[in-house]
Structure formats: structure tokens, C-alpha cells
Write a protein that binds this ligand. Structure first.
Ligand SMILES: Cc1ncc(C[n+]2csc(CCOP(=O)(O)OP(=O)(O)O)c2C)c(N)n1
Ligand SMILES: [Mg+2]
Length: 584
């Protein structure tokens, strides 16, 4: 890399480690940061103030990690968060693992004890490096103030290369407060490492040829796309291959938006919940898996895909290929690059393939229409309390094409994963399927809203998940963001209650919440609060939330309290459960 290609702002002279951290993050052009201060990182905070960089105090470091994670998903640039030593650092764990499992680029800073006194019962001291190490792609302990720029460069390179992920910089107090004479040359960074994917690798050509031969022979090929399509921004390449070859596309929750949900070749979610995609998998004669781990939920606990169907698996992480289902052809590489190469290898055969698959493709609108008809009673339901399917239908009508829906871990994510339709390609649906924690919705919404201030962002969360995070309404209000938060109010830890209904004959334990008016709570916190009990009011309430641009709006949606009717697409009164089964 020549000097001209590097980004450099060339500050120089004597400065403390905190200032050097801030200078490097400024050089990297990071977006808003999220954290909660403590003594160890205060020089960093002071430098942020002096440099005029955006940093938001968050009320729980876990939320800072969630917000930074969602920011990264929207932008593909590393999200940045921080925590002080001990409890600040340990509170980051859940958000960092979300990023690790989802492949989201992140950089987290944790203050640590002054090494002159460490391991002498320092206040808040704990073995935080050991606790955090398995939560991140790489943990970097910064041992010298002089090495801050070099190690931040390393952090960006790790966060955005290969399968992206979170990197934690563990910064001892004396390194952050300590000073060093920096040279102008110290402050440089490789611009390719500032967003994911830092570098693209193409699958082996011979493997592409074998995969192309398999696809060419197939009468009913099907693409199964996961979150990797977003990390690679392979939207155009996916659409081009699907259209040129007439191959329908099914998606995981994380992969939703790889192809627009309203596209005629989109067959929706596959796995635990499905419209028509699972049937198409069963009837397929060649599956092309793109950027997808084929984990428990995507495979209905490994019941899919059937072993008899040849499987081409394209992934950026070589050891992920064939981990859960054996791959007939392994394609190791970037999703976009691999899709482009496949399209090129098949190009001469496009016309024949499209003609041969005309009937196959023709089935899809009819199957989708049949599914819609079956689901119509739910989608159009005017029952009170409100049906979740009706809420999803209203979200589909009210949200414009450029909107982003952030979905929390409970039923909010399950139902919208199945029924929400994105209208333009890209990350317009953000579920926290890395670790599927509840509580992601509100802080994730904050991160997404700050990442794309001009676009409408709606966060949908359960009441349990919202209870966990209520304090962040204060953050959202302070940040002045027009985020719409949809609270699915079923007065329950609903998923747990539904399983207790199905599996333990309605013996409920610790799954009920008290009836709350979340709209009133929101109003008391200076936000807009609207309680909706009538489904006919949903559309207007959503539009009101979207129109409010300077403070959060909480829509408290009163949905079914009947645990027999909570699970999407499963009539659990008739589900037969054997020992060890998991229905959802
Ligand atoms: C941190 C965390 N704890 C527990 C769970 C297990 N869990 C999955 S869904 C769910 C219910 C959450 O209740 P709520 O947010 O109200 O959503 P609902 O299922 O009622 O829609 C729970 C406890 C989880 N996913 N994450
Ligand atoms: Mg609930």
C-alpha cells in the first residue's frame, strides 16, 4: 500500500492513550458510538469531546453493544461501543456474542485496571479478559500506549475480514491515561478495512464448474440464502443469477431482504417457520446454500434439507461448509463473488434453463396465492385482542420501501420473520438471530435509526423484551430520534407460555407479566405513546409514529393472551410432542 492510498490525518506529538484511540477512530470515520463511562476510559471520553465526535451515553452497556451491532448491520461498517472495567465489560458480553454469531463487524473498548495495582482487589476488578475472549472474534490487550494506533488498525482488519465479527480492545487504565510522543506516520489506516467485506475471495474455479454442472442438470433448483448475503452486499448478483436461471430464492430470518420479498422468485422464509419454502425444499433436486450456516432454526432442528438432495454450499468461512449438512460441492468464498462466478459459468445455458424451468417457476405464484388464501383469516382478522398476523399485514402496508424493521427475539421476530415483506433489497429487516436474545429491539432500533437518519425505522419487541430495556427510551429521547417502537403486549413471556401450554398441559410457571400500559409509560418519559386495542386503528397509529421525526413513539399493541394461539403457523392444540421434540 502506498502512502497515498492510506488514510492519514497526521496528528502528532505528545498525547495520552485515550486521545490516540479517539484520533484513530476519527481517522476510521466511525459513526456514533455507544457506552457508559468509568475512570479508566475518561481520557478517551475527553478526547471525543475535544474532537467533536458523536458518542451516546447508554443506560446499560449491553444496549450499547446492541445499538452498535445494529448500526453495523445497516452500514456494514464496524459499530463501536465501550464499557468500563468489571461490570461495564461483562455487560457487553451478550451484544458481542450476537455480533460474533451473526458475523457483524464491531469494535468494543473495555477499560481495565491500572497494571501497577492489578490483582490486589482493585475495585470492580475481575477476570474480564477471560470472560470476554470467547465472546469476540479476537481480544486485543493493549499493553503500551505507543501501540494504540497499530492495535486499532489490527482491530479493524479483524472485524471486517473473512467472516466479520466483534473485536475487543482491553485497555488498562495506565495505557489510556499514559502519554507517548506519537509521530504523524503513526496515524494511518488501510481504508479497505473500514467496512465489510474488507477483501473478497473467489471460490476455486474447478469447484465453480462442478457446481454449475449440478445446477444445470437440476429441474427444480432452489437458493437458500442466509445473513451472509448482507455481509457481502451480494443483492445484485443474487437477483441476476436467480432471474437468469429461473431459480427461486428462500431465506432465513437473517437472510430476509437478500432478494426483495415481493419479487416473484421470492418464496419466503424456510426452516422452523415457512410459507411455501419448506415444500419447495422437499421437492427440489439441487439446493444452493449461500452465506447460511444451516443451523437449528433454518433446518427445523436438522430435519432439513433432505440428505438425498445435492447441495452446493457457498460460504466465506471454509469450516462452516458441510458442518450441519454434507455439501456435494463446497464453494469457499465471498457470496457476491461466488454468485457472480456461478452466473458467468452458467451464462451460455441461461436461455435453455429458463425455458426448461418455466413450469416450475410458474408454480410459485399459485402456491403463494394458495398460502395467502389459507392465511387470509389471520392476516385480515379484525379480532380483539389483535391478531399478530393482522399486525404484520398492517406493517407491510404502512412501512415504505426504504424503511427498516428491527425485530426482537420473542414472537415479534418470529411473526415478522414469517410475514413481513421487504420491498427493496438490503438490510431492511434486522432480527438478532445471532444469539436471539430478547431486548435487542429497542437498542437495535436506536442504532439503526442513527445509522440511517433519513429513513424510517420501526423496532418491534415483546413486552418482556421491552421491560428489559425500558431505560433506553431515555437514551432514544435524549438522542432525539424519531424511532417507532411497536410493543407486542401479550402480558406474558409469550413464547415460554405457549410452550408450557403445548408441552406441559397448561401448567404455567413464571411466564405471566402484569398488565401494563406501555403507552402511558412512554408519555411519562416524554415520548409519544399510543395504545392500540382495535386492529382498525393500527394503520393510523403506525403512520403517526413514522411521521414523528424528533422523538420516539411507543405503540402499545394489545395482542392475543391465549397461549394456544401465540405460535406462528403452528396450531399447537394439535401438535403431537414426543420426548425431546421442540415445536418452535
Ligand atoms: C435474554 C433472553 N432470555 C430468555 C430468552 C428465552 N425467550 C425466548 S422468547 C421469550 C419470551 C419473551 O417475552 P416477550 O419479550 O414478551 O415476547 P413474546 O414471546 O411474549 O412475544 C423468552 C423468555 C431469550 N431469548 N433471551
Ligand atoms: Mg410478551
Amino acid at each position: 500500500m502506498s502512502d497515498a492510498e492510506r488514510i492519514s490525518n497526521r496528528p502528532s506529538g505528545r498525547m495520552n492513550g485515550g486521545r490516540a484511540l479517539a484520533e484513530m477512530l476519527r481517522l476510521a470515520g466511525v459513526g456514533p458510538m455507544f457506552g457508559m463511562g468509568g475512570f479508566q476510559l475518561l481520557p478517551f471520553y475527553d478526547a471525543l469531546a475535544q474532537l467533536g465526535m458523536r458518542h451516546f451515553l447508554i443506560n446499560d452497556e449491553r444496549c450499547g453493544a446492541f445499538a452498535a451491532e445494529a448500526y453495523a448491520r445497516v452500514t456494514n461498517r464496524p459499530g463501536v461501543c465501550d464499557g468500563t472495567l468489571g461490570p461495564g465489560a461483562t455487560n457487553l458480553v451478550t451484544g458481542l456474542i450476537e455480533a460474533l454469531n451473526a458475523g457483524t463487524p464491531m469494535i468494543a473498548l473495555a477499560g481495565d485496571t491500572n497494571r501497577a495495582h492489578s490483582w490486589k482487589n482493585m475495585t470492580q476488578e475481575c477476570r474480564q479478559a477471560e470472560i470476554l475472549r470467547p465472546a469476540v472474534k479476537e481480544l486485543i490487550r493493549v499493553e503500551l500506549t505507543s501501540r494504540v494506533p497499530e492495535l486499532l488498525r489490527r482491530a479493524f482488519a479483524v472485524a471486517t475480514s473473512g467472516r466479520p465479527g466483534p473485536v475487543l480492545l482491553d485497555v488498562p487504565e495506565d495505557v489510556c491515561h499514559g502519554e507517548h510522543d506519537f509521530a504523524a506516520d503513526d496515524f494511518t489506516i488501510d481504508p479497505t478495512t473500514l467496512s465489510a467485506p474488507a477483501r473478497r475471495i473467489r471460490p476455486d474455479r474447478a469447484d465453480i464448474a462442478r457446481a454449475a454442472a449440478l445446477i444445470a442438470r437440476a429441474k427444480r433448483p432452489l437458493i437458500l440464502v442466509g445473513g451472509g448475503i448482507h455481509l457481502s452486499a451480494g443483492y445484485q448478483a443474487l437477483l441476476a443469477l436467480a432471474e437468469a436461471q429461473s431459480i427461486p430464492v428462500a431465506h432465513t430470518m437473517s437472510g430476509k431482504g437478500g432478494i426483495v420479498c415481493t419479487h416473484p422468485l421470492s418464496v419466503g422464509l424456510f426452516g422452523r417457520y415457512s410459507r411455501i419454502a419448506n415444500e419447495l425444499i422437499e421437492a427440489s433436486d439441487c439446493l444452493l446454500v449461500i452465506g447460511c450456516k444451516l443451523g437449528e432454526i433454518a433446518t427445523k432442528r436438522y430435519a432439513l434439507p433432505p440428505a438425498r438432495i445435492p447441495l452446493v454450499h457457498l460460504d466465506i468461512l471454509a469450516e462452516e461448509i458441510g458442518r450441519c449438512s454434507p455439501a456435494t460441492v463446497a464453494l469457499w468464498g465471498d457470496a457476491r463473488a461466488g454468485l457472480e462466478d456461478l452466473a458467468e459459468a452458467l451464462a451460455d445455458d441461461d436461455r435453455r434453463a429458463r425455458a426448461a424451468r418455466a413450469d416450475y417457476i410458474g408454480e410459485i405464484p399459485a402456491r403463494m396465492a394458495a398460502w395467502r388464501q389459507e392465511a387470509a383469516a389471520q392476516l385480515d382478522s379484525s379480532e380483539r385482542p389483535i391478531h399478530m398476523a393482522r399486525l404484520c399485514r398492517e406493517l407491510n402496508s404502512a412501512l415504505p420501501a426504504n424503511a427498516t424493521l428491527v425485530a426482537d427475539g420473542g414472537f415479534a421476530g418470529h411473526w415478522t420473520g414469517l410475514l413481513y415483506d421487504t420491498k427493496s433489497p438490503g438490510r431492511h429487516f434486522i432480527p438478532d438471530r445471532g444469539l436471539a436474545s430478547i431486548g435487542y429491539g429497542l437498542p437495535g432500533g436506536i442504532g439503526a435509526a442513527l445509522a440511517a437518519p433519513q429513513t424510517p425505522v420501526v423496532a418491534i419487541t415483546g413486552d418482556g423484551g421491552f421491560n428489559m430495556m425500558l431505560g433506553e427510551l431515555e437514551t432514544a429521547r435524549r438522542a432525539g430520534i424519531g424511532l417507532t417502537i411497536v410493543v407486542v403486549n401479550n402480558a406474558a413471556s409469550g413464547y415460554v407460555k405457549a410452550l408450557q401450554h403445548a408441552m406441559f398441559r397448561g401448567r404455567y410457571q413464571s411466564s405471566d407479566l402484569v398488565e401494563m400500559d406501555y403507552a402511558a409509560i412512554a408519555r411519562a418519559m416524554g415520548c409519544v405513546g399510543i395504545r392500540v386495542e382495535d386492529p382498525e386503528r393500527l394503520g393510523a397509529a403506525l403512520r403517526e409514529g413514522l411521521a414523528e421525526r424528533s422523538r420516539p413513539t411507543v405503540l402499545d399493541i394489545v395482542v392475543t393472551r391465549d397461549p394456544a394461539r401465540m405460535l406462528p403457523a403452528v396450531d399447537n392444540r394439535t401438535v403431537e410432542i414426543r420426548q425431546g421434540d421442540r415445536v418452535a
